[in-house]
Design a protein around this ligand. Sequence first.
Ligand code: FES
Length: 100
Amino acid sequence: MHAVRLEPSGRVLRVAAGQSVLEAALAAGLPFPHQCKAAMCRSCRCTLQAGRIASRKPQHPPLSLDEQAQGLILACQTEPRSDLVIAVEARGNRPIPPAP
Ligand code: FES
């Protein structure tokens, strides 16, 4: 189990072994941007600011090498290997609200 802090909301998710960041966010009822859940649409892209991850699928495509170098990841394919800090843009979705 790893803690994943979502910025700018400061919300903290608990992500179980074998669970993706997106799966944990949706299980928590958060409006995390997503569509396909299969590494195709890029809707769930976000920026890894701290921590170690494993990707279920190679991330290119759909992320370019430049995007990967900037820290972009796909939440639907990302499993934490340590506690993480991730920046999430709302991108048309309502933003992730701060913890109540
Ligand atoms: S939800 Fe489509 S790439 Fe992650």
